[in-house]
Each structure stands twice: as structure tokens, then as C-alpha cells.
Ligand binder design. Structure first.
Ligand code: AHM
Ligand code: MG
Length: 335
């Protein structure tokens, strides 16, 4: 469903989700669209808060309280509470899992009505907030399992990434952009702040098959496995001719890799032998998007989406990006 404006077709995210449901899930009840629209509503509020972040510091008299005497909260806590508030009252969401909280939020008993489990990193890359660098929200949606759980909450949550029914991210940057997939391609929307709507900007995105950009925190090189170090040495040879781009904000580094190609790596280090990034709400959703766009995501050993999680906040090494570039990393490092 789209509108025509000056001979240009304008499609809102809401309409896009409804159209997708009509084509791919004609029997759908609309509950799933309602979960997605809850998330997008929250991200509009977060985008507004991110834009005001600098002002909040100015308005806060001591750094502790703002001009109304309210406590100035950290933006990542605001983002967390915003998502919980926007999704918590929806009948169809049973459980929410946030990077900011140790335990899952059990909102309702999982049943036919409240069958969705939403996992999210409310504000990824938050160390970049104070320096005006892009940050983002990442989300993953699972459905409760229909068998073999005896009602155990963790069994419903700890599902491999290939079970995701949707995933996406929002990047708060020069513009606010949302990318999502439900397993039928990756679609991108740009927020028009004047009307408060996400408008379709790119449909069925393909990640370039190759791209001579690698993205890694190379300061840790001496701590990386030998194969990764050899790969990084190779990127600097004349024949390779690569460029390095590293923002230190996963959503921003992934967004660039999705559109321009290349590879992002966060390998194991001596300090973080399991990797730093979280499987369930960072690696899994981005891996789903990468694969839907024709890219690849592994932990060096296996496909990210095949990993069976054993803990809520489990970490994983991550190699994600263009097919040729991730293959190249694998030819040096087997994980
Ligand atoms: P966060 O979820 O606490 O923000 O940490 C995750 C971030 C990612 O956005 C980014 O890719 C990575 O940490 C950067 O880590 P480092 O500073 O070690 O390079
Ligand atoms: Mg994060």
C-alpha cells in the first residue's frame, strides 16, 4: 500500500509491513505487524532523545538533575525503558530481553496470544554518545516454541538465530534509518521527522559480493588468533589494496558494510576469549539481515544463525559481511 505524491510513490514502514504480511502470510492476524510497529514507535522516541542528548547535559544543572529537578538519565537507560514501555502493553509480546538487564522481562505467560519474544540492544555503541558518533538500536524477534519446553522460559528464549521471525536495526545518524527483514529480503526506511514516519528508501537490498574494506579494532591485533593476524597483514599488501574503516559502533559499521560491502570482524581476544559481541541481540539479528542481503556471518567456525545459545547474554566472535570477504577471512582463520 503506497501513496502517490508529485508522481513519486511514497511507502511508509507501516504499509510495507502490512503488504509483506498480505503476500507472505495471508493468514496472519496482524499481531506480528503490531509488534514491529511497537518497536518502530519506540525508536522514533529514542531518535528524538538522541537528538536532544547534548541539550540534556546543558539543561541538567549538576549533571545529575535537569531544570525540572528530574534525574538526568543515561541515554541507554532511557532507550531501554522506552522500548519496554512501548512493547510491554501489547498483548502479543510475552517476553522481552534487553542487553541492559540481567534477567528477561516476563510480561505475560507465553500462549497463543502472547507468543512473541523480543530481544534487543536498546542503544548499541553507547560509548560514542558523548562524541556525536552514530549509535543504534538492534532487535530480534522469536516466537515461543510449540514443543518440548515444559513451559520453561529459558527454553523458549534460547533458540538458534535461524528461528528468528524478524530482525532489524535503527541507526541514529545524519538521518535516522531503519532496516528490517522478516526473511523476505532486507528493506530500508528513512525517518521523516516532520511527519514522524519511516519512508521506504531501499527495497530488497543486496550486499556487494566483495568490497575492499575491513573493519576491526586493530589495536587488539596482538591478542587476536594467529590466522586473524595473518589476514590483517595480508590486507596491507600491495596486491590487496584494502582500506580500514572502524567506527566502534556495531550498527554503524554494519550499516556501511551492508551498503558498500567489505567485512566487519570482532574476533576473540585474550581479554574476551569468547568475543565481545552478544549472540542473541547483536550477532543474530545482524546475521539474519546479512544473509537476507546475500552476505555471510560466522563465528569463524560456523554460521552465526546455527549457534544454539546456552545463556541469555552469551558472547560470540563475529565475522560478517560480503561473501568473498568473509570467505577470505576464513581462508586465513578457521576459528
Ligand atoms: P555496547 O553494546 O556496550 O555498546 O558494546 C558493543 C560495541 C559495538 O557497538 C562495537 O562494535 C564494539 O562494542 C566496539 O568495541 P571496542 O571498543 O572493543 O572496539
Ligand atoms: Mg551493544
Amino acid at each position: 500500500m503506497s501513496s502517490r505524491h508529485n508522481n513519486t510513490v511514497v511507502t511508509t514502514l507501516q504499509h510495507h509491513i502490512m503488504d509483506e504480511q498480505r503476500v507472505h502470510r495471508p493468514d496472519a492476524s496482524g499481531e506480528f505487524s503490531s509488534v514491529l510497529s511497537g518497536i518502530t514507535f519506540a525508536t522514533k522516541i529514542i531518535a528524538d532523545q538522541v537528538r536532544r542528548a547534548g541539550l540534556m547535559n546543558i539543561l541538567g544543572s549538576t549533571g545529575q538533575t535537569n531544570i525540572q529537578g528530574e534525574v538526568v538519565q543515561k541515554l541507554d537507560m532511557i532507550a531501554n525503558e522506552t522500548i519496554l514501555a512501548c512493547l510491554g502493553y501489547r498483548d502479543n509480546v510475552g517476553i522481552m530481553v534487553s542487553e541492559e538487564e540481567d534477567e528477561p522481562h516476563i510480561i505475560k505467560e507465553l500462549d497463543e496470544r502472547s507468543k512473541y519474544i523480543v530481544l534487543f540492544d536498546p542503544l548499541d555503541g553507547s560509548s560514542n554518545i558523548d562524541v556525536n558518533v552514530s549509535i543504534g538500536t538492534i532487535f530480534s524477534i522469536l516466537q515461543r516454541r510449540s514443543d518440548g519446553t515444559d513451559g520453561r522460559v529459558m527454553d523458549h528464549i534460547l533458540q538458534p538465530g535461524y528461528n528468528q521471525v524478524a530482525a532489524g536495526y535503527v541507526i541514529y545518524s545524519s538521518s535516522t534509518v531503519l532496516a528490517y527483514t522478516t526473511g523476505h529480503g532486507v528493506h530500508m526506511f528513512t525517518l521523516d521527522p516532520s511527519i514522524g514516519a519511516f519512508l521506504l528508501s531501499k527495497e530488497n537490498i543486496s550486499m556487494p559480493v566483495s568490497g575492499k574494506t575491513y573493519s576491526v579494532n586493530e589495536a587488539y591485533k596482538s591478542q587476536f588468533p594467529d590466522g586473524v593476524q595473518e589476514y590483517l597483514d595480508w590486507t596491507k599488501t600491495k596486491e590487496a589494496g584494502y582500506s580500514l574503516r572502524y567506527i566502534g559502533s556495531l550498527v554503524a559499521d554494519f550499516h556501511r558494510t551492508l551498503l558498500k560491502g567489505g567485512v566487519f570482524l570482532y574476533p576473540p581476544t585474550q581479554k574476551t576469549p569468547e568475543g565481545k559481541l552478544r549472540l542473541m541481540y547483536e550477532a543474530n539479528p545482524l546475521a539474519f539481515l546479512a544473509e537476507q542481503a546475500g552476505g555471510v556471518a560466522t563465528d569463524g567456525r560456523q554460521r552465526i544463525l546455527d549457534i544454539v545459545p546456552t545463556a541469555l547474554h552469551e558472547r560470540t566472535p563475529l565475522v560478517i559481511g560480503s561473501k568473498d570477504e568473509t570467505d577470505r577471512v576464513s581462508s586465513f582463520w578457521k576459528g
